[in-house]
Design a protein around this ligand. Structure first.
Ligand SMILES: [Zn+2]
Length: 241
């Protein structure tokens, strides 16, 4: 094959490689990042809900303690009150009355504490209810979006497959050495190995080319590289269809 034709194939190949790079980045970087972002959003609300649940558990345990304390104080009150009428002296009677007053005061403190705990539990419960609804909505959105993105990935993978088939077809006729040179350069030169000459300038680094250099390219006897960015030159009018 003439070098000019080889170059024409390389230009076609580079167009495909650039598309492939975009599609691969999309499924390997962009799409997973989108999923990760949605997941993080969902996990954040999940963790908030988890904190509320733990608080609720803790407060419920404390409430049980309060109830036990109250019950024991009430039992103690009944017992002490029953002892009141068995007492002989006025002094003993007065002491018992003081004891009863002290237990009653303890009971009122315990009742107050229980009430506060009950209100706290109500607050946590209503907050957790709201979070639970939000969580289930977020989870639904996350799962739906994840499926959507995975479907998009499948479509892109199919596209990549088509591009690869086309690529294989084009590269079949390219000289093995030139192909290897191109592929190596594509890797090093960030996806741009073959560049057009535009108005006597390198299409990549804009280096000004001499008439002699242009003539050398136009001969198509060997690959001519840019002295500055070391990419393969072609003249668009000779090659682009
Ligand atoms: Zn250049």
């Amino acid at each position: 094959m003439l070098l000019k034709e080889e170059l024409s194939k390389l230009v076609q190949l580079q167009k495909i490689d650039s598309q492939l790079k975009k599609l691969k980045d999309d499924i390997e970087i962009n799409k997973p990042a989108q999923i990760e972002h949605l997941k993080k959003d969902f996990e954040e609300i999940k963790s908030q809900f988890g904190i509320s649940e733990a608080k609720l558990k803790e407060s419920t345990l404390k409430k049980k303690d309060n109830e036990l304390t109250l019950a024991s104080k009430e039992a103690s009150l009944l017992k002490t009150q029953s002892q009141l009428y068995q007492l002989k002296t006025n002094k003993e009677y007065q002491a018992k009355l003081n004891e009863i007053a002290s237990i009653k005061s303890d009971i009122s403190v315990a009742e107050e504490e229980l009430l506060i705990k009950l209100e706290e539990i109500d607050d946590i419960k209503s907050k957790a209810e709201v979070e639970k609804i939000k969580l289930s909505e977020k989870e639904k959105t996350f799962r739906e979006e994840e499926i959507k993105i995975q479907d998009q990935i499948k479509i892109i993978e199919a596209e990549i497959g088509k591009f690869k088939t086309n690529r294989d077809f084009i590269k079949e006729n390219i000289d093995k050495k030139i192909l290897a040179n191109y592929e190596n350069m594509l890797e090093i030169r960030h996806g741009l190995a073959v560049v057009p000459v535009v108005n006597y300038n390198c299409g990549a680094c804009y280096l000004k080319l001499t008439h002699q250099k242009i003539n050398e390219i136009k001969m198509y006897e060997h690959l001519v590289l840019c002295d500055s960015c070391v990419r393969i030159f072609y003249i668009p009018e000779d090659i682009d269809k």
